[in-house]
Design a protein around this ligand. Structure first.
Ligand code: 9MR
Length: 470
């Protein structure tokens, strides 16, 4: 299968602002000048990522809609047309007309397709809603096989199973007719999808899994860890990312994405929309983009529609274009953040693989174990016009007697204050090595943290981290 068309990573030049230290200006001038990406897809491609949207087949004849979609996005999800009720309205009678229209529009315009969704408790055709037991299990597996076979070779990634976990504090599976066929229905669906289209990435997709501390997030995390440990074919996890004031973008979003990625799967933002308007909406969008850019295995972002008026919740004006197709403040903040880039934060030794040390437990909320003996995780702190705070949490994965952590900032950023640690600097001033100010001994599972203030000079990207322990 092909991967998204990527352009080379270019040296990013953040506009030098007046009043910067001379050294920072010198570094900036030494970099090659580069044009910023002027569309979402171009800007995302600079870091090897895609930027997608959901498309409704019925809107493709709307010229404003299709020209924005064609200009800005390079990954296409059918908003409803590839779901179970659309593709198998009567048992064993498949209907691909609208799904095919979207796929052929996407492919003829050089775009890739995310398939959505093979198995789901919702939007089942009527005949399936009334089924149970082994006949339902077999019908579901047949559906997965038929649809994935029909689109074989044309789908970059499939949402094989959608929304199978319960909301609330249980962290367990959602009750549904599919769940009642046996807890292994999800892995059975993944195996059937792999057999039908071995080239497609296979994703589990859900909502309210963005906040690392939520039980639902932990439930999905434990399932993915278990799948990787047992060799169930899963390649990616989709985070729908439907946000509003009651469910805002969590400040630990990057932690969630990074912890899932450390299990050995890609992570993707699959249905992003954020209700609101103006700068507050723009800032939240920026936070989501920044979180994805900080995780190298966050391979792309899809927004759930083109204009506000196209949204499933149009009254919340949650998208990047207004009803007339004008770019909103949120669009500009997303584009700017994509162009500014992000740091990818190595929190674990890349040779480590949690699957080699499987300790699946359905109830644990332990973050992933890394191959080193400590893990460093970045969290955002307060932000000001000219600076921001960050905290690094050091977690001992084994008993350790001491640790050290490097924090690398990118020009023209400068670390101007630190706390809870003893820093030293390399000659460039960009790499700080932080050591514990007292004893660094931690027993396995214990954490400690230190913090710092970065004067950002217009570059909001997060620092990259390493952690080593003795
Ligand atoms: O946007 C979709 C809307 O047009 C449909 O009526 C709705 C039916 O369930 O599904 C919407 O898309 C959902 C997606 O398939 C799964 N995650 C939640 C999305 C928003 O409800």
């Amino acid at each position: 299968m092909t991967t998204p068309r990527l352009t080379h990573r270019r040296g990013r030049l953040v506009a030098a602002v007046s009043g910067l230290a001379v050294t920072a200006v010198t570094v900036a001038l030494a970099l090659p000048a580069a044009a910023a990406g002027s569309t979402l897809q171009a800007a995302a491609s600079e870091s090897g990522r895609y930027f997608g949207t959901a498309i409704a087949a019925s809107r493709l004849s709307d010229g404003t809609y299709s020209s924005i979609a064609n200009r800005e996005f390079n990954m296409i999800t059918a908003e409803n047309e590839m779901k179970m009720d659309a593709t198998e309205p009567n048992q064993n009678q498949f209907s691909y007309g609208n799904g095919d229209r979207i796929v052929s529009w996407a492919r003829s315009n050089g775009k890739q397709v995310r398939g959505h969704a093979l198995a789901w408790h919702s939007q089942q055709p009527g005949w399936m809603q009334n089924m149970s037991g082994s006949s339902l299990r077999n019908a579901m597996l047949n559906h997965v096989t038929q649809v994935a076979t029909h689109y074989k070779g044309q789908v970059y990634a499939w949402d094989v199973v959608n929304e199978a976990f319960a909301d609330g504090s249980s962290g367990g599976r959602r009750d549904s007719n599919l769940q009642r066929t046996g807890n292994d229905w999800i892995e059975a669906a993944f195996r059937a999808a792999r057999a039908a289209d071995p080239g497609a990435k296979l994703c589990y997709n859900d909502y309210n899994t963005d906040n690392w501390s939520h039980a639902k997030t932990q439930g999905v995390y434990n399932m993915v860890r278990d799948f990787k440990a047992r060799g169930v074919p899963i390649d990616c996890v989709g985070f729908q990312a439907h946000f509003n004031s009651g469910n805002p973008v969590p400040s630990n979003y990057d932690v969630t994405l990074r912890n899932f990625a450390a299990l050995g799967v890609d992570v993707q933002i699959t249905e992003l929309d954020i209700e609101g308007s103006g700068s507050s909406q723009a800032q939240q969008y920026q936070g989501v983009v920044q979180a994805c850019l900080s995780v190298s295995r966050c391979t792309g972002i899809t927004v759930w529609g083109v204009r506000d008026s196209d949204s499933w919740r149009a009254s919340g004006t949650p998208l990047l274009f207004d009803g007339s197709g004008n770019k909103k403040a949120a669009y500009t903040s997303v584009l700017n953040q994509l162009n500014a880039g992000g740091t990818t934060t190595p929190t674990s030794n890349p040779t480590s693989n949690p699957t080699s040390n499987p300790t699946p437990s359905p109830t644990t909320t332990t973050p992933p174990t890394s191959g080193g003996s400590c893990t460093a995780t970045y969290s955002e702190g307060q932000k000001w016009n000219d600076r921001f705070n960050g905290t690094v949490t050091i977690r001992a994965n084994t008993n350790i007697s001491s640790w050290q952590s490097t924090v690398t900032v990118r020009s023209p950023q400068k670390i101007i204050a630190t706390w809870n640690g003893s820093p030293t600097w390399d000659s460039s001033g960009n790499v700080m090595t932080m050591r514990p100010s007292g004893s660094g001994a931690l027993s396995a599972g214990q954490t400690t943290s230190f913090g710092f203030t970065v004067q950002h000079g217009g570059n909001w990207t997060w620092p990259s981290l390493t952690c080593t322990a003795s």
